[in-house]
Ligand binder design. Structure first.
Ligand code: HSE
Length: 298
């Protein structure tokens, strides 16, 4: 038996929700083929797109697959083929797409014995290999779809959030690599209380705005006073992109995950496309190559 699946890219943090909020993109992702084998164990048999390790223990898709495999001890083995479209170190959940895809596919082939929360828990083992930390804010939207909130990592509890009908994400991916582990190492261990108050007020407001389709409140809440000031210096032209997209009527703009990708949210597809042009114009005048994507969030 085999399954071919699309494992989506994801935007984590969503400005104010560091390690907690995330949403899934439907226009970019990896493809994977998972196949049952008579021989026991997990084997990665093909990787295309990027140069990644074939040893299951060193590959995020392999590590998450092994965690699930060892827990379930099924009477078959699995082969995994990975066709990577998401560049590692892009800030759009490259490692999560791999870690989520392998466990999702294996679960389907086994007759779906596990729920999405259990799958996310196993996928976190793979994610930890890449970022040296078991966070689920990219994995949850990759596995559940849509917009998610990680209420707690231990025990894992994921909330699925509703989204307004006309909410779009525009994303620019400058072709430079930022390792999540390095981008996390930059962050302070403690934050001032007034920043914490602003941040949790914004997270609460954003969640309320998603529930009530209140675009003005989304705009008001999409700010990150805790993480962005430390990380934005890693991303060339971040401030110029932000200024340009707000001028093009984006609701807000922030770092996608740990960068270098930058995302903006907009009401309506035509605004999201104007925002895409604004992002492209900033980078067109630089030596850095880039890709842009527009996705409906649903
Ligand atoms: N929440 C994580 C971080 C996401 O910002 O470090 C990494 O993609």
């Amino acid at each position: 038996k085999e399954i071919r699946l699309f494992s989506p890219a994801t935007v984590a943090n969503v400005a104010c929700g560091f390690d907690v909020l995330g949403f899934c993109l439907d226009t970019i992702g990896d493809e994977m083929v998972i196949r049952t084998t008579e021989a026991k164990g997990i084997k990665i048999t093909k990787i295309e797109g990027y140069d990644l390790p074939y040893e299951a223990e060193k590959n995020v898709a392999g590590v998450s697959a092994l965690a699930m495999y060892n827990a379930l001890d099924p009477d078959c083995g699995f082969e995994i083929e990975i066709y990577k479209n998401i560049k590692p170190g892009s800030g759009i959940g490259s490692s999560s797409a791999s870690a989520a895809g392998s466990v999702y596919g294996m679960n389907v082939l086994l007759g779906s014995p596990l729920d999405f929360t259990a799958l996310t828990n196993f996928a976190m083992k793979g994610e930890a290999l890449a970022s040296q930390c078991e966070h689920a804010d990219n994995l949850a939207p990759a596995i559940f779809g849509g917009f998610t909130l990680v209420k707690s990592a231990k025990p894992l509890k994921i909330l699925e959030l509703p989204t307004p009908d006309d909410l779009y994400a525009t994303l620019i991916h400058p072709q430079i690599e930022i390792k999540t582990s390095e981008s996390r190492a930059l962050l302070p261990k403690e934050i001032p209380l007034d920043h914490a108050i602003t941040q949790w007020a914004n997270v609460g407001s954003l969640v309320h705005a998603l529930h009530t389709s209140d675009y003005a409140l989304i705009k008001d809440a999409l700010h990150d006073v805790v993480i962005e000031p430390h990380r934005k210096q890693l991303i060339p032209h971040f401030d110029a992109v932000k200024t340009a997209v707000l001028k093009a009527s984006a609701l807000g703009c922030a770092i996608s995950g740990s960068g270098p990708s930058i995302f903006a949210l907009s009401k309506g597809e035509s605004t999201a496309k104007d925002v895409e042009n604004a992002m492209r114009n900033v980078y067109a005048n630089t030596a850095i190559d880039f890709e842009t994507y527009v996705s409906k969030i649903n």
